[in-house]
Design a protein around this ligand. Structure first.
Ligand SMILES: [Zn+2]
Length: 296
């Protein structure tokens, strides 16, 4: 099951308070495919959403419209009987008709009912990407007017959605994982919200571990390269006059390096009879390397 289907199935399981039923139904009907006097309809791949939409319509027109299944397996609910569309728009939705005679959401006083409205709108027009892939949640709104109103309604939960147009559709969207978590939580999809949080935490931990591993690998590579250069120098000195020509400090260092080819420069420093800091031992190795270079 996709993450979006999981969110929707969680939202469909919520038992609505009596006060929220109407808000949920308004969200579903307003954000379906069409909502006009000629036709009120939804086209969805989710049969449960089609059933919820049909129940919402019954709430306002007194009769449950049929659910049609297309050959491709999509579910369609259409109310095109003028008496019924008028009943739906007139009795409930048009109550929020603005001066330009556009459908409006109007004010919804109770917080629980605002959340229920957003839930309905999301079931009808929303989608959310699997958080393992990317953070993206959107509503594809039937009109610019409704998109702006939904944006304002969601703003009452202190979440700022962005508005854009894509292929003639009015898209309200979120890209920040924290905002998506919050909106899912307000809509009532708390399990899905937690899953998103978990997935983000997992990604953060994985990134930290990867950075750490890369950092350590780079250190190991550097350390191996340094030891190789030191051993080359020592080998050249051995071949040209031997280690006996070195001062006792340099000779001890060369012998320790030959015995411990895998140790880092710093670790060699600690093994000296008079231990040195990393910069001290580095300085001493530089002398060895210069002597080897002078042999040429
Ligand atoms: Zn309510």
């Amino acid at each position: 099951m996709s993450y979006a289907s999981q969110v929707k199935s969680e939202l469909l399981q919520i038992e609505n308070e009596a006060c929220c039923e109407v808000s949920l139904a308004r969200g579903l009907l307003l954000f379906g495919r069409e909502c006009s006097p000629a036709s009120i309809s939804i086209l969805t791949e989710n049969g449960e959403i089609a059933a919820a939409y049909a129940r919402a319509a019954r709430l306002f027109c007194g009769h449950t419209p049929d659910i049609h299944v297309s050959e491709s397996g999509n579910f369609k609910v259409v109310i095109d009987n003028r008496g019924e569309t008028d009943a739906i728009l007139g009795e409930v939705l048009m109550r929020g008709l603005n001066q330009k005679k556009q459908l409006t959401i109007g004010t919804i006083d109770r917080e629980c009912c605002r959340a229920a409205f957003i839930r309905g709108a999301f079931l009808a027009s929303g989608t959310v990407t699997d958080p393992d892939r990317e953070y993206h949640l959107e509503f594809s709104c039937p009109s610019g007017n409704l998109a702006q109103e939904l944006q304002a309604l969601i703003r009452t939960f202190e979440i700022e959605m962005k508005l854009t147009r894509r292929g003639g559709a009015n898209i309200l969207y979120l890209k920040k994982s924290g905002d998506i978590e919050d909106l899912l939580m307000h809509m009532g999809a708390s399990e899905s919200s937690m899953m998103l949080m978990g997935s983000k935490m997992y990604k953060d931990v994985r990134n930290t571990v990867n950075r750490r591993v890369n950092f350590e690998n780079a250190n190991i590579a550097r350390s191996i390269a340094a030891a190789g250069k030191q051993l080359d120098a020592i080998e050249r000195i051995e071949k040209h006059g031997g280690l006996a020509q070195l001062t006792p400090e340099l000779r001890e260092l060369a012998e320790l390096r030959i015995e411990n080819p895998d140790l880092s420069t710093g670790e060699i420093g600690k093994l000296l009879s008079e231990p040195l800091t990393l910069s001290g031992v580095n300085h001493r190795f530089k002398k060895l390397i210069r002597i080897a270079e002078d042999i040429e």
